[in-house]
Design a protein around this ligand. Structure first.
Ligand SMILES: Cc1cc2nc3c(=O)[nH]c(=O)nc-3n(C[C@H](O)[C@H](O)[C@H](O)COP(=O)(O)OP(=O)(O)OC[C@H]3O[C@@H](n4cnc5c(N)ncnc54)[C@H](O)[C@@H]3O)c2cc1C
Length: 241
């Protein structure tokens, strides 16, 4: 049965990048979430016109208030409003969370390989935060591809976790690299995955999320490297890579 639409009030917000915003939503009637799940957001105009889109939860499993991070698609209908206009104190509607396949729970002991393209890092961050909240010990790696250094979400938090040895993080910049960066700008390749990612012999659970083209390319590379397709879970956010 489809979950009902319930009210959600924006209680806080912060910019993650110049074009992306984390929205902290108080939605007391929403069901508790698993890491990796998404909610539907519905906006209603004064004339009754509605638009709805899905957004992954960034907040740890089961916590309130819930958080989403929205990347502004310049000609988009919903994302520019959520990034630029929705004011603290205003109410929208949400439904869910939903999605049972692309989820992770901290009781799983298996090593975890997370592969993100752009805003695809959001549900993977929920997994990382859930593991931190639970004091989990499953080994975790994050390979995070983004166009430019300014486009990284959650950078301070990820760098801090990496510095404490809690997670192994590699950023991949497809357009511009920071000064002194040891790698060239470019997309994720099979060689790069082979160099960074844990070996198929370790049988990691793999989560890949991002634009459709990115997800398909990354999953293909991983299977060719010998990762078990049945251990690779994917979530596609948008139409193209
Ligand atoms: C399960 C799920 C989880 C998602 N989680 C997130 C999330 O955590 N953060 C987030 O920012 N987005 C997320 N998305 C994408 C989100 O649902 C919207 O598609 C996105 O915000 C664009 O909506 P819009 O109304 O602004 O653009 P639209 O008006 O729908 O589209 C405008 C134009 O942009 C193109 N477009 C639409 N979506 C994308 C995209 N994702 N990438 C590139 N081009 C696009 C369209 O083809 C069209 O040309 C998720 C999608 C799914 C299915």
């Amino acid at each position: 049965m489809t979950a009902p639409w319930v009210p959600a009030t924006l209680v806080d917000a912060r910019m993650e990048t110049p074009w992306s915003r984390t929205l902290v939503l108080d939605a007391p009637e929403a069901r508790p979430s698993l890491a990796g799940q998404s909610i539907d957001v519905r906006l209603t105009a004064e004339d009754g016109y509605t638009a709805q889109r899905s957004y992954s939860l960034a907040s740890p499993a089961g916590t309130r208030p819930i958080e989403i991070t929205v990347d502004k698609i310049a000609d988009g209908e919903v994302s520019p409003y959520l990034v630029d206009q929705l004011g603290v104190g205003h109410m929208i509607e949400v439904r869910g969370p939903g999605g049972r396949f692309f989820t992770w729970t901290p009781d799983l002991p298996d090593p975890v390989l997370l592969v993100a393209g752009g805003s695809g890092v959001v549900p993977l961050m929920a997994m990382i935060r859930t593991r931190e909240a639970a004091g989990g010990t499953a080994p975790m790696q994050l390979l995070y591809s983004v166009r430019t250094p300014e486009g990284l979400f959650y950078r301070d938090e990820l760098d801090e976790l990496a510095a404490r040895g809690r997670i192994d993080v590699r950023y991949v910049f497809t357009r511009t690299v920071p000064a002194g960066w040891p790698h060239q700008a470019g997309r994720i390749t099979r060689e790069l995955l082979a160099d960074f990612a844990m070996l198929p012999e370790h049988d990691p659970l793999v989560y890949v999320c991002g634009p459709t083209g990115f997800v398909e390319a990354a999953a293909t590379h991983l299977v060719r490297l010998g990762h078990n397709p049945l251990r690779i879970k994917t979530e596609r956010f948008g139409p193209t890579g």
